[in-house]
Design a protein around this ligand. Structure first.
Ligand SMILES: *Cc1c(COP(=O)(O)O)cnc(C)c1O
Length: 388
């Protein structure tokens, strides 16, 4: 560990954990023959597949690229509608726009801020062609209900698992329930490759399509051609350069070996926050549903109904003043300027998302956060809330 954040210094809401093993893994690749689309990419794909229990993994340049691969493989095109959660990072809905299709926002449930299966059913039309759900904060969605809805209507279920690598529902990863699941390896996420992402699936057709989509729509990759001693390749459809490099994948594979320990630490921290805030009338904490092993990518503190967005702002300002890196996850996607200007989702009625957005604040949580730092956050939150 290289940054020993001193107890009185700035505490970010999330940060990476890089040790000597990780660095050695990267250096080894830098001294090898393949810097990109080589053996470490395949190894990392294999490692993630093993970890989540799915047969194919396609590593790409970001979580956003992974989402784009997934909606493209689902055949989403202009004129289609895709149902999406409003409480997420914009990328979960932007990937639908990339395909010229329309994101339709279904409200979240009040208790968890996860997309509501009942609200999804209300939004399904003849134009609906897929559903993108998000394991917000690291809590898997209600996949039993979602699977049922998708099977009934013949819709592909795409799970944005950027927050939930390592989480389970009834001992199974979210990827086991979805048709395609995507991950992000940005430094604030559970494990990092700097920038990076992956999409996993059990569907052989989707796998082939996504491998091509990652590489300009070309049918073979350079390592395959080197092995086979052929130069000929064919571009079968329009794709992108969404490739990831071998040294990034070496870093991420090394990180993955530590993930289970890191999740336990995040759960401890969430437990300390829960014990401090759970019984107080100033807060209305999010719930964890039965059968869930929560990955706690975010710790979302929700103020109770007596407070509004200006109280939340005051609390945010007070904590930032005290070097606590609080944040807000998320502004409902359809409220973003681009969405408003282009009237995308402006007809969305998501009262639970709206109500939550006014009163949520993400507190720092990451694997190398110390008990002293957690206690400092707790003390400052309690001190600041009394002054509202
Ligand atoms: C981080 C994140 C993404 C995008 O991942 P990038 O790797 O930054 O492109 C998508 N969805 C959610 C919910 C995220 O948190």
């Amino acid at each position: 560990m290289f940054t020993v954040t001193d107890a009185s210094g700035f505490i970010p809401y999330g940060r990476q954990n890089i040790d000597h093993d990780d660095i050695e893994a990267v250096v080894e690749v830098l001294q090898s023959d393949w810097l990109t689309t080589g053996p470490k990419v395949a190894m990392f794909e294999h490692d993630v597949c093993n970890f989540v229990g799915v047969s194919h993994g396609i590593a790409v340049s970001s979580g956003t690229a992974a989402l784009h691969c997934a909606v493209n493989a689902a055949g989403i095109k202009a004129g289609d509608e895709v149902i999406v959660s409003p409480i997420t990072f914009a990328a979960s809905a932007n990937c639908v726009l990339y395909q010229g299709a329309k994101p339709v926002f279904a409200d979240v449930t009040y208790d968890t801020l996860l997309i509501s299966p009942e609200e999804i059913e209300k939004k399904i039309t003849s134009k609906t062609k897929a559903i993108v759900v998000v394991d917000y904060a690291g809590h898997p969605c209600d996949y039993v209900s979602l699977r049922q809805i998708c099977d009934t209507h013949g819709l592909p279920l795409i799970a944005d698992c950027a927050h939930s690598l390592g989480a389970t529902l009834h001992q199974q990863s979210s990827a086991k329930y979805a048709d395609m699941a995507t991950y992000s390896f940005h430094p604030v996420k559970h494990i990092t490759s700097g920038e990076g992402g992956m999409v996993v699936t059990n569907n052989d057709e989707a796998e082939k399509k996504m491998r091509r989509f990652r590489n300009h729509g070309i049918d073979t990759d350079p390592m395959q051609r080197a092995k086979d001693s052929v130069w000929m390749y064919s571009m079968l459809e329009l794709g992108y350069n969404y490739r990831i490099s071998d040294f990034q994948c070496a870093l991420a594979s090394s990180q993955l070996t530590k993930l289970n320990h890191w999740i336990l630490r995040r759960q401890e921290i969430a437990g300390m926050y829960g014990a401090a805030f759970g019984q107080r009338q100033e807060f209305e904490l999010l719930k964890t549903m039965e059968g869930v092993n929560h990955a706690h990518h975010l710790y979302v503190l929700r103020l109770s109904r007596q407070f509004n967005s200006s109280h939340r702002q005051q609390l945010f300002d007070a904590l930032r003043q005290k070097q606590i890196g609080v944040n807000v996850h998320y502004v409902p996607v359809y409220r973003h300027d681009y969405y408003q200007r282009n009237s995308i989702g402006s007809d969305a009625k998501c009262p639970n998302a709206e109500a939550a957005f006014e009163r949520i604040l993400s507190l720092p949580i990451y694997s190398i956060m110390t008990d002293t730092q957690v206690q400092r956050v707790i003390d400052e939150v309690l001190d600041s809330i009394e002054k509202l």
